[in-house]
Structures are given as structure tokens and as C-alpha cells.
Design a binder for this molecule. Structure first.
Ligand SMILES: CC(C)(COP(=O)(O)OP(=O)(O)OC[C@H]1O[C@@H](n2cnc3c(N)ncnc32)[C@H](O)[C@@H]1OP(=O)(O)O)[C@@H](O)C(=O)NCCC(=O)NCCS
Length: 210
């Protein structure tokens, strides 16, 4: 499948039995995936900070904002994989960043980190992150990446095909405080990739995570 990542319309089916209302709402709810670099760098940063402030507090909002700024400033940044979901008014309502990641200095051209992911608080649980993440997988595969690592709540990621990383030999370093081993997950983009990608996860490339 070769989706055009710059313009992927997604229609979210509203819960109504009235066909006229459905068609109207359906039209109004056309959403599009773009890259943040297409003019949304600042707006997406604000969205990320707001979403994490809402969910985890002011400090977390600031921290995740700093993380996005740091990723953008480093060699790990892949502008084509910093994705935003736009609503019909061209406002950013969702965000997902995939960036290069290495394990002990290896696999930087094969492995990606998915972080952060954020969806406008009022619009969560409408599969916005699902659509962003799956569009990211397609684009990442087309660019030759083989696997993606993510840290977070397995409930949000298992249904996207992420599995606990530890059985694959990808484990958190001692400076990472995981609530549970299942919170560090990986997904193969290319079958068999995880048979050779192994090592210790370390975020110390990022000052804000040290
Ligand atoms: C986590 C977050 C990115 C999920 O985005 P979303 O658009 O609301 O999620 P989706 O609707 O695409 O749902 C993704 C999956 O997670 C599940 N899910 C979503 N929110 C959930 C919740 N609160 N509790 C349990 N499961 C949940 C859904 O069931 C869905 O699985 P499915 O495909 O089998 O239906 C979003 O809620 C968010 O921005 N939260 C605040 C910031 C955050 O925590 N970011 C992630 C850091 S790990």
C-alpha cells in the first residue's frame, strides 16, 4: 500500500441513524494528515504541551514540549515522520513524532522511536492516534525503517501491533523508570527485523530526559 502521507483524508463515522445528518457530519469531519513541517511546527508544539498538561500536569506539558524541541534540533529528527492530524478548519488536533533511535550506538538507520503522541483532549478515543500511527508505519516502511520502539501504556499501543520489547532482547537501561516491563514495546515494520535488533534503551541523548 502506498498512501500519500501529505494528504490522507480520514472520515470518522458519526453515531447517528439519520442519513442526512450523517452525510452532513461526515463531510464536516474530514480530517487530513500532514507533516508538521508544512507550516504547523509552532501550533503542533502548543498542542503537545496542552494535551500533556491536561493529562499529566504543567511540568509534564513543559517536559514533552522540550522533548519535541530537542528532537527537532538533533540528527535523529525526520521531518517527514513528524505527523499532524488537521481538522476541517486546518487546526492541529493530533500529533505523532517518529525519530531515529539507536541502541548502544547501533541500528540508527533501522530503528525509530515513537514519541510523543498527543491527541486534543476533547477528541481522544476517536482513533486519531491510530490513524496517525498507522500512516507513520507506512511512511517509515517506505523510507526503509525496520522497527519502532515506544514507551507508554500498552492499552494504547498493543492494538497497533506493539509487543513487550523485553522478550526480543530490547530492555530499559537503569536510568529509565518503567512502571512495568510491558510499558516498553516494539513493533516490526519488516518481518524478522527484531531477530537482529537488540540492546539497552537509553534516552541520555536528550537533555530533558536525563
Ligand atoms: C494516548 C492517546 C495518544 C491516544 O490517542 P487516541 O486518539 O485517543 O487513541 P485512539 O482513539 O486512536 O485509540 C487507540 C487505542 O487505544 C485504546 N485507548 C485509547 N484511549 C484509551 C483509554 N483511555 N483507556 C483504554 N484504552 C484506550 C483504544 O481502545 C484504541 O484501541 P483500538 O484500536 O483497539 O480501538 C491520547 O489519549 C492522548 O493524547 N493522551 C494524552 C497524552 C498521552 O498520554 N500520550 C501518550 C503517551 S504514552
Amino acid at each position: 500500500m502506498n498512501k500519500n502521507l501529505q494528504e490522507i483524508g480520514t472520515n470518522i463515522r458519526p453515531a447517528t441513524d439519520n442519513l442526512d445528518a450523517y452525510i452532513k457530519e461526515e463531510t464536516e469531519m474530514t480530517r487530513t494528515i500532514k507533516t508538521a513541517s508544512q507550516g504547523y511546527l509552532s501550533e503542533s508544539l502548543d498542542l503537545v504541551e496542552k494535551v500533556f498538561t491536561d493529562s499529566e500536569g504543567i511540568e509534564s506539558g513543559k517536559l514533552v514540549r522540550s522533548l519535541v524541541e530537542e528532537i527537532r534540533s538533533k540528527r535523529f529528527y525526520l521531518p517527514e515522520l513528524e505527523l499532524v492530524m488537521m481538522d476541517e478548519e486546518n487546526s492541529v488536533i493530533g500529533y505523532a513524532m517518529f525519530s531515529r533511535f539507536h541502541l548502544e550506538g547501533k541500528y540508527e538507520n533501522q530503528l525509530l522511536l515513537l514519541s510523543p503522541v498527543a491527541v486534543k483532549t476533547e477528541l481522544q478515543r476517536q482513533h486519531i492516534s491510530k490513524d496517525l500511527i498507522e500512516a507513520g508505519f507506512e511512511k517509515a516502511k517506505s523510507l526503509g525503517y525496520e522497527a519502532v520502539i515506544v514507551e507508554g501504556n500498552p492499552q494504547n499501543y498493543n492494538s497497533r501491533g506493539f509487543e513487550t520489547s523485553a522478550p526480543f532482547g530490547i530492555v530499559a537501561g537503569t536510568n529509565i523508570n518503567l512502571p512495568a516491563v510491558e510499558c516498553l514495546m516494539v513493533k516490526e515494520l519488516v518481518a524478522g527485523a527484531l531477530s537482529h535488533i537488540k540492546g539497552i534503551v537509553d534516552y541520555s541523548d536528550y537533555e530533558c530526559l536525563r
